[in-house]
Write a protein that binds this ligand. Structure first.
Ligand code: ADP
Ligand code: ASP
Ligand code: MG
Length: 437
């Protein structure tokens, strides 16, 4: 057993790997949590609490809030078509600053700490600069330092590509750094400290009645993250799922020396875990929304074999992800309409690809809409309950909200609607499925 009942070991089912009760932890702090020196000092107190409890601690930090946006903007201003490798050199710098500052503050508090940049570990990525994937992390050197009692403060969001240059992991990538490091050093748990005290049934910023979930399955979290809940980067959830990293989302704003403890004596937060560890299961777990989709409709496309390939083949070749697809049955057997969505950032490019292939596809009109939002209902309970989709459609209809496209999977239903109705739709569905607190 560990000495500190309020700290890390009070968490549910934490595996303690050695007999001394000491755990190996990764603590990740997001941008708002390190927004200024006062907040960095607060973060340092969280770190010190875990160190004082006898744990081995690796810390992963994001850049100060707003800093990455500024750096991205500098690159755009410098040149709209900039070199992605230089973009990485610029935007990775935000995390270099916070890792150094946190190490300084920790040292000042008497904690043995040092900063690590991605290339120093090294965190090896692929060559996809700007949205690189982690391929391999050399965990042994880091583990040795932790065993010697040093706190490793790692710059999140960055690694080194095969060309030996800095690579960044895509926006929100520090979550993925943290989980990947936890897997590499075989940490007992990865704590994601953020500006909310856990994962909620929907974004608490738009639905004040949203409720914190004590536990959520990897699979549901993966859907929630990929459907817009930006509390965790999608890849971090994939990584946690594949490597079985116990991931706990909690608030950095709690008083570090008196962590909030709920009724069950556990810290407040959300454990992302295997489905069979869930205590109770609602049919619907959460509602997510994503504003970064755009709709494209091709009118009067010839209704013949091969037409879908002529539309989606060139888009795939251009590396444009297509999400929702709706194709109508043609009334006369000659022409039909095809509607689909692409990421908003690829909208112009998708239009160009389609116009360039107009002769082969043979459509009459191309209509586009950017003012759309995808709202999704997520829950593993849907596998065994019928009628969830019908309930969703009825609820939206009762508010006069028109559905432009629908997709479903075993555990989610997504609808595309006008963005003006986004919040109304999220609130309506949240309440309809009994999620309001
Ligand atoms: P960090 O800077 O710590 O990485 P982010 O801003 O990336 O934090 O993620 C936290 C934010 O995610 C919250 O402030 C909240 O508005 C948003 N969010 C969206 N959906 C959810 C959800 N279902 N549960 C909790 N937070 C959510
Ligand atoms: N600073 C990076 C971003 O803003 C990475 C992160 O915060 O996770 O996207
Ligand atoms: Mg984030």
């Amino acid at each position: 057993m560990c000495a500190d009942p309020r700290g890390a070991t009070a968490l549910p089912d934490t595996t303690i790997k050695n007999t001394s009760g000491m755990a190996r932890l990764v603590l990740k702090f997001g941008g708002t949590s390190v927004a200024d020196l006062d907040r960095i000092r607060n973060v340092a107190r969280h770190v010190k609490r875990e160190v004082d409890a006898g744990h081995q601690v690796a810390v992963v930090v994001s850049a100060m809030a707003g800093q990455t946006n500024k750096l991205v903007e500098f690159c755009r201003e410098a040149s709209p078509l900039h070199d992605a490798r230089e973009y990485d050199a610029v935007v990775a710098s935000g995390e270099q600053v916070t890792s150094g500052l946190l190490a300084i503050v920790l040292q000042d508090m008497g904690v043995n700490a040092r900063s690590w940049q991605g290339w120093q570990v090294p965190i090896k990525t692929d060559e996809n600069h700007g949205a690189a994937r982690i391929r391999d992390i050399e965990g042994s050197f880091l583990s040795e330092r932790l065993e010697q009692g040093q706190v490793a403060v790692l710059a999140g969001f960055q690694g080194v590509a095969p060309d030996n240059r800095i690579a960044t992991l895509g926006r929100g990538g520090s979550d993925t750094s943290a989980v990947a490091i936890a897997a590499a050093i075989k940490a007992d748990r990865c704590d994601i400290y953020t500006d909310v005290d856990g994962v909620y049934t929907t974004d608490p910023r738009i639905v004040p009645k949203a409720q914190r979930l004590d536990r959520v399955s990897f699979e549901e979290m993966l859907e929630m993250a990929s459907l817009g809940a930006k509390v965790l980067q999608v890849r971090s959830v994939e990584m946690a799922m594949v490597h079985g990293v116990r991931t706990f989302v909690r608030s950095s704003f709690d008083d570090p020396d008196a962590p909030q403890v709920g009724e069950n004596g556990l810290p407040i937060g959300t454990l992302i875990c295997d489905e069979d560890e869930l205590v109770e299961q609602q049919v619907v777990t959460g509602i997510a929304y994503a504003k970064d989709e755009a709709q494209i409709s091709l009118r009067d496309v010839a209704d013949k074999p091969g037409v879908a390939e002529s539309v989606f083949g060139p888009l795939a070749d251009a590396n444009i992800n297509v999400d929702m697809i709706v194709q109508n049955i043609s009334p006369d057997g000659k022409t039909t309409d095809i509607t689909f969505t692409v990421p908003e950032g690829d909208f112009e490019r998708a239009n160009k690809v389609l116009e360039d292939n107009r002769g082969v596809i043979g459509f009459q009109n191309l209509e586009g809409a950017r003012d759309v939002v995808k709202v999704s209902v997520i829950g593993i309970g849907m596998r065994s309950h019928a009628g969830i989709a019908a309930q969703c459609f009825r609820g939206l209809a009762s508010k006069g909200i028109n559905i432009r496209a629908i997709t479903t999977s075993e555990i989610k239903i997504s609808v595309l609607i006008d963005s003006a109705y986004a919040e109304l739709a999220v609130r309506t569905l949240h309440s309809l499925y009994g999620l309001d607190g």
